[in-house]
Design a protein around this ligand. Structure first.
Ligand code: ATP
Length: 320
């Protein structure tokens, strides 16, 4: 298998200064938020790589840099050996744009409610002057809807059906890679499974590669070939689902696994992850997880652990 996506030392820093405050108070230092830092991973062709972490861990920021919606502050993303941020050949850029698509958590928000489904699905193909004859109908059938649905409007569908329409739109340009940002987290549990099964079938049929983003390790367990666990913008552990679930090496991965959503008889979540996520504008010293870590030592407070190979995993923990 060859590598389709290669993410190297990827960092994104946002300027979160308040311009009005900087005008009032002269020489006030600018405020910076490090959303992702030094992230490194490869995604093999026709594989599923999942990025997992709590809210604010930088998952979406990485997804947006991979599809080219955000520019990295440092590092780069290569798709099939092409770094879009520095590539100058317009034909290669155009081809790479159609090779990568993204689907989002809220399908309704990502489609124009006044457009018919056919126009929504064909938008990326029309934009690149591609052949649209019978394409929307074929794609609708491929995602388990009916060809006749092409003339309907988004409000005539359920949440799960709308996500199928978004998947059809993503497939319209025959992409190689789809970045899936929490594509099932707004759906009912039974519908989640149907959409995940559909995505799995399409992957085998069309040879697709997915970069899958989720806050829930259990959702990605069965669909992933590799999982990267993010904490405050950094990869803290990476391995196969079996390695992570059977022998998690980082205390944060252990916490995520032991606090995987369990619902009690009253529909309440039991055992949510313990402790507060630190402020990314002023992250903790040393290992960013140390304030929540049950086994942290003095070294963890002062020295940031590097991501290192351990057995077949990669882990960033002094104590692993
Ligand atoms: N455009 C932006 N400007 C400033 N800060 C941003 C911007 N986009 C994201 N951030 C911040 O970067 C950090 C990472 O955000 P990101 O959305 O990538 O996390 P996430 O893991 O995808 O979270 P969620 O699951 O809530 O979407 C957060 O602290 C967020 O507030």
């Amino acid at each position: 298998m060859s590598t389709l996506v290669s993410v190297k030392n990827l960092s994104k820093v946002f300027d979160v200064s308040k311009p009005w405050l900087n005008r009032v108070i002269e020489r006030l230092p600018k405020a910076h938020l490090t959303a992702t830092s030094d992230v490194d991973f490869d995604v093999e062709e026709n594989a599923v790589y999942s990025l997992v972490g709590e809210s604010g861990s930088g998952k979406s920021t990485i997804g947006k840099m991979v599809v080219g919606l955000l520019q990295p502050t440092e590092g780069n993303v290569e798709i099939n050996g092409v770094d879009l941020a520095s590539e100058t050949d317009i034909e290669i850029i155009k081809q790479s744009r159609t090779d990568i698509q993204m689907i989002f958590q809220d399908p309704y928000a990502s489609m124009n409610p006044r457009w018919r489904v056919r126009d929504i699905i064909l938008e990326p193909v029309v934009a690149s002057n591609g052949d649209t004859e019978g394409l929307a109908e074929k794609l609708l059938e491929q995602v388990g809807l009916a060809a006749e649905d092409a003339t309907k409007f988004p409000h005539e569908f359920s949440g799960g059906q709308r996500q199928r329409i978004c998947i059809a739109r993503a497939l319209a340009s025959a992409p190689k890679l789809i970045v899936c940002d929490e594509p099932t987290s707004a759906l009912d549990v039974s519908v989640q499974a149907q959409v995940l099964n559909l995505m799995d079938d399409l992957k085998s049929e069309l040879g697709l590669t997915y970069l899958f983003i989720s806050h829930d390790l259990t959702v990605v367990r069965h669909i992933s070939d590799r999982i990267g666990v993010l904490y405050l913008g950094r990869l803290v552990e990476e391995g196969t689902p079996d390695q992570l679930f059977d022998a998690p090496k980082h205390p944060y991965t252990q916490m995520l696994i032991s606090s995987a959503p369990k619902i009690d008889g009253f529909g309440r979540e039991v055992d949510p992850p313990q402790g507060e996520i630190p402020d990314p504008i002023d992250p903790p010293s040393g290992c960013a997880f140390h304030p929540r870590c049950p086994i942290a030592t003095a070294k963890c407070k002062s020295e940031r652990p590097a991501l290192r190979e351990l057995d077949d995993n990669r882990v960033a923990c002094h104590l692993a």
